[in-house]
Design a protein around this ligand. Structure first.
Ligand code: FES
Ligand SMILES: [Fe+2]
Length: 398
């Protein structure tokens, strides 16, 4: 399945309104998109020991990535072969085997069925050898682990990664200089996942919605470049960036180097990597964030964010409870728990969520329509490109 060639000169809205509001459209995405694409599962350092696992929700697919006793990372569907119970929860170490909590069927870490309680009496004709966990494919790129619900994906991992191999990467996530924020940061956002994705691709809003937080950059200082269906964003203007810890911004300016793309000078690595369809990587001078979008329904998205920063830095900043909208009962961040206006929080993510939820509410009006999109790779051309990629998987006509 070929990706569109590049960003369009004259971008326009391609997806119909129902793509952002309809449960039927989301069902189609589950079948036609999330079942056929790669989802972020974790980083290699999540799996130091045999038995280390992470569960992943890829659309409606419940998946596991787990390290075998032979050191191999494998993917499985998180489904017991007896009556289909979910086997593992969250992340952790499963031990030497995976045991289903319901009737204690036991699987080897390579997915083979190993033990069945009272097998002789209850399952006299069960062939254990041919009963294994359903497989899922696993791929690793720059210490990032991805999983695909199909054990033999129509698009190989190498094809999906495409020429991202050639893109500079600022941080090595296996580095012992970085430590991860121990908090689970999960936003529950009242918008369709594509509204959030398109906001992340929108270079035109940065100087306006975020003028008090990011302080720009202007659209002509933004560059989105395409790599297969993925996109990487650079800003050629770093000076305007205001941040909670400006000293790291300075370090970045020193450390990143520059390169020239389309005649413009930009930092040596990107500011946002959009890995189609649901993974957003945001390296920054001081660390690295990985966000994944998980649709709960057509109008609600879970955004899971993992952050890494230089050792010692996380301990005094960016805890989940300090993020505007933190709900101690659910542990999630929600607009219903905001205590001040989003534009007064000084937090650009909160500003984005505010606008995404406003977009979603407006989408319900029969009068809603999308007007012109800003030209240019630093305008809104990346939205059109993303929508073209979406339509390849979930076409309008059916
Ligand atoms: S459903 Fe897993 S052992 Fe019965
Ligand atoms: Fe934004």
């Amino acid at each position: 399945m070929p990706a569109p060639a590049t960003l369009p000169d004259k971008p326009h809205q391609r997806l119909p309104g129902e793509a952002y509001t309809s449960g039927h459209w989301l069902e189609r995405e589950h079948k036609e998109l999330f079942s056929r694409t790669w989802a972020f599962a974790g980083v290699l350092t999540d799996f130091p020991e045999a038995g280390d696992f992470r569960t992943v929700q890829a659309g409606t697919h419940a998946l596991i990535v787990i390290k075998g006793s032979d050191g191999e990372l494998r993917g499985f569907h998180n489904i017991c072969r007896h009556r289909g119970t979910e086997l593992l929860e969250g992340c952790g170490n499963a031990g030497k085997t995976i045991m289903c909590p319901y009737h204690n069927w036991v699987y080897n870490l390579d997915g083979r069925l190993r033990g069945v309680p009272a097998q002789r009496e209850c399952f006299p004709d069960l062939d254990k050898k041919s009963t294994t966990l359903f497989g899922a494919a696993v791929g690793v790129f720059r210490n990032l682990v991805f999983v695909h619900p199909d054990s033999e994906p129509e698009e190989s991992f190498e094809a999906w990664v495409s020429d991202l191999e050639s893109v500079a990467w600022p941080h090595d996530l296996s580095s012992s200089d970085l430590e991860e924020n121990p908090d689970d940061i999960v936003y529950e956002i009242n918008c369709n996942w594509k509204v959030f994705a398109e906001n992340a691709l929108d270079g035109y809003h940065l100087a306006y919605l975020h003028k008090e937080t990011l302080g720009g950059p202007l659209h002509d200082k933004n560059i989105w470049e395409t790599f297969g269906r993925h996109m990487v964003w650079w800003s050629t203007e770093r000076e305007g960036v205001k941040h909670r810890i400006p000293q790291f911004v300075e370090n970045a300016a020193k450390g990143s180097g520059t390169k020239t793309v389309n005649g413009a000078t930009k930092p040596g690595y990107g500011g946002v990597y959009m890995l189609f369809p649901t993974t957003l990587l945001t390296p920054n001078p001081w660390g690295f964030s990985i966000s994944t979008m998980e649709p709960l329904n057509a109008n609600t998205t879970l955004l899971r964010v993992r952050n890494w920063a230089p050792k010692g830095w996380m301990s005094y900043t960016y805890r989940a409870k300090d993020i505007p909208g933190y709900d101690a009962d659910s542990g999630r961040i929600k607009s219903s728990h905001w205590t001040k206006h989003p534009l007064d929080t000084g937090d650009f993510q909160t500003e984005d969520i505010w606008v995404c939820e406003k977009m979603q509410r407006a989408l319900r009006s029969p009068m809603h329509q999308v007007g012109r999109l800003a030209h240019g790779s630093g305008g809104e051309a990346a939205l059109d490109f993303f929508q073209q990629c979406m339509l390849e998987f979930v076409p309008k006509s059916t």
